[in-house]
Design a protein around this ligand. Sequence first.
Ligand SMILES: Cc1ncc(COP(=O)(O)O)c(C=O)c1O
Length: 343
Amino acid sequence: MKIPFEPGYREKYHKLLEDIFESNFLSEGAMVERFEEAFGRYIGMPCLAVTNGGAGLLSIFEYIGVQGKEVVVPANTFWATAVAAKRAGANVIYADCNRDDLCLSLEDLKKKVTKDTKAVAVVHIGGHIAFEVEGIAAFCKERGIALVEDCAHVHGGEWNGKTGGAWGLAGSYSFYATKTMPTGEGGIVCSKDEKFLEWLGYYRNYGKSVEKGKVAYKIKDGFNFRMNEITAAFGLVQLERLPMILEWKRDLAAKYDGIFENRVKFPSGMSSGYYKYIVFDYALKVETGKVFAQSDFGPEIENIGYDLPNSRWVAEHHSCPPIFYGWEGAGKNIEELKGILLR
Ligand SMILES: Cc1ncc(COP(=O)(O)O)c(C=O)c1O
């Protein structure tokens, strides 16, 4: 199957590339700002673009200052979440997930938090909002702990009008090639905290600020996490396609709802962006990879011997019928889909 990319959008992308050539800027030009504004408008929060979702997470942990402190991370995530905290100097403590949403368990979080906990990461797994995000945010606020949202999967997911990044200090989205809104590589950090955003603007650019042609170093330990103009142009086009892609996914999900009774079921007011469609205990003839298999949890989980029963259960019991945009089975009816998918 070819990467689906409709002709009208190709023309738009080519036009934006022409704009880049005309502008003479391959980096630090107007296209990244346009993309940040457009994505920010879409999710309802200010945004700054970065090189990838992991860089966004690392930036947030660096700002919080987790060096030598504990950060609670769900075991059921891609290792990127944990390793971002570790690179910022944290001692990562793994918490379990719930079986119904695959996301961080508030009950287990409460057991894992200590006086040294500086931050908690919640990951919106598979395209939906973590069901306990309100309680997790309230708990973190009460304890003076920073909440970081890993939004790598959650493009288009929302709960009563709020989306990923709305509950914590900041959220980091990924535009990796397989995501619902891919640019190949790329990421964006959203936050309502102006002080953090000002800091990130310097941090992602080696700590530099250029004002009226004069360079000043506002922070000492910044690095290069700048998005380039071409990625931003692609991002603008992908963002325009996103509503159409979400509609396509939601149509297919509605058919799957008629096939799979034992699945992730969303609370009232929540709609998933359907990065994945998640079912439990079905033997499927056709499936995409799991959201996360135990190997995705990273090299530490097996060795440390944490008690993470739900994370292990979820890794073993869930599977994902295809819901990637362009899957040729999507046009089939429910009976035909049963024949294609079920053993
Ligand atoms: C949950 C999660 N967090 C973070 C990342 C890292 O994003 P990126 O690949 O853009 O660095 C990924 C994967 O790609 C992910 O699945």
